[in-house]
Design a protein around this ligand. Structure first.
Ligand code: ADP
Ligand code: MG
Length: 402
């Protein structure tokens, strides 16, 4: 689960991680009020930041007003203009894709004098089964670029899950950033607090880009990107409440309600598969046969009539879909039952109407696969059966070419 920057900063603050002061707002009036209060508390520079679930806002541009997603303001009037320009407009960044993301909320925060920008990230290193903390003096730029071009500029420390980050590890990281004296001590404290936050909240990624050093020797997070492990959310009611569904793809959201794991892609072959690994393999083989998958859809372990129906509904919301490939391995769910489920689902009036012009290719393997094929072949529906996955994918190409 992703959260917004303003939410991440509030959580970080609660966990003793240094962040600048700030207030979020959904209208200009509240944004101005927030800036006025900040001014009374001594702020002389403000930054107005679009709150969307995507990064690259600073270099992004809104479609109508053409402003960046991060606007520096010297005066309250400038804050008002920035809020007016951003709210309701659509921000396009390298991470949003061309369609961009609508700005429904902004964050008004203290403008910080920056002496130096750094990068700090924490995530699980799957190859080592350990958490990794990475820092780099190359802050404010895309870390992927640094990793590719100058990997020696990224310094890492690994921590056994369940263990605490050791003080000497935090010191090594702060040292790698070239910090000294008070700033060094503050960075050590920052890194330890951030790692504790990562562990306590079951985050699966925390990225601070940039982490900054101020001329006064303070160390703080100017940006914060946090995602949480969905499987651990049941332990964190307060965090679950931060979910902003308006930022999520509506069809993906609907799929998650049905317990389906769906990700929309750009192709024209809808896929319905059980198991994530098989789904990936199915997408690969569609590509190999010259097709292009329209989605990733894992229906999970129980491929019954209801899940198949819901799968159809979700896939058919995508107008690009010209054919559907169902590839189910029947282990505990016997193939004949899945075949009957597919047929029953296709007969559902709502689905039947939509699949009139969308051929369905079904490949069932496993327990009772032969019976299943017979059931499909004997039905008078627009459903084609296949035994081998390659044959199924070739059938897809054939129907698309026809
Ligand atoms: P994004 O990563 O989405 O572009 P950031 O929060 O990293 O957004 O902001 C982009 C740049 O804007 C930062 O690298 C920093 O230089 C500047 N910036 C962001 N927040 C502040 C702030 N509070 N004070 C001063 N500069 C800021
Ligand atoms: Mg950033």
């Amino acid at each position: 689960m992703k959260i917004h920057e303003y939410q991440a900063k509030e959580l970080l603050k609660e966990h003793g991680v240094a962040v600048p002061a700030g207030v979020s707002a959904t209208n200009t009036e509240n944004a101005v009020k927030a800036a006025e209060e900040m001014k009374e508390n001594g702020a002389t520079l403000f930054v107005v930041k679009a709150q969307i679930h995507a990064g690259g806002r600073g270099k992004g541009k809104t479609k109508n007003s053409g402003v960046s997603g991060v606007i520096l303001c010297d005066t309250i009037d400038e804050v008002r203009d920035a809020a007016d320009s951003l709210l309701g407009d659509t921000l396009v960044t390298v991470q949003t894709g061309e369609e961009g993301q609508k700005v429904q909320r902004i964050y008004v925060t203290d403008g910080v004098d920056i002496e130096q920008e750094f990068y700090l990230g924490i995530l699980l290193d799957r190859s080592k089964s350990k958490n990794v903390i990475m820092v780099s003096t190359e802050g404010g730029v895309e870390i992927e670029k640094v990793a590719e071009e100058t990997p020696e500029k990224i310094v890492k420390e690994w921590v056994e899950p369940g263990m605490e980050l050791q003080h000497n590890q935090a010191r090594r990281l702060a040292f790698a950033l070239g910090l000294e004296g008070d700033a060094f001590k503050k960075a050590v404290k920052f890194i330890i607090a951030l790692y504790n936050f990562y562990q306590k909240t079951d985050s699966n990624m925390v990225e601070i880009n940039p982490l900054v050093l101020t001329p006064g020797g303070d160390v703080m997070a100017l940006d914060a990107k946090v995602t949480f492990d969905d499987n651990a959310l049941f332990r964190h009611k307060d965090i679950t409440d931060l979910r902003d569904k308006s930022e999520e793809n509506p069809v993906e959201l609907e799929a998650s309600k049905y317990g389906l794991n769906y990700i929309k892609l750009d192709g024209n072959v809808g896929c319905m598969v059980n198991g994530a690994g098989l789904a990936m393999a199915t997408m690969d083989i569609i590509k190999l046969s010259g097709g292009d998958p329209a989605n990733f859809l894992d229906v999970g372990g129980s491929a019954n009539v209801e899940t198949v129906k819901n799968g159809f509904r979700i896939i058919l919301e995508d107008e690009n879909v010209k054919a559907i490939l169902i590839n189910i391995f029947g282990g505990i769910v016997r193939c004949d039952r899945v075949a009957n489920g597919v047929i029953e689902a296709v007969k559902d009036p709502e689905i039947a109407e939509k699949v009139q012009d969308v051929p369905i290719i079904v490949r069932l393997q496993g327990t009772n696969a032969e019976e299943a094929k017979e059931i499909i072949d004997n039905s008078d529906l627009n459903v084609i059966s296949a035994v081998l996955l390659k044959d199924a994918a070739d059938e897809v190409s054939k129907v698309l070419a026809a």
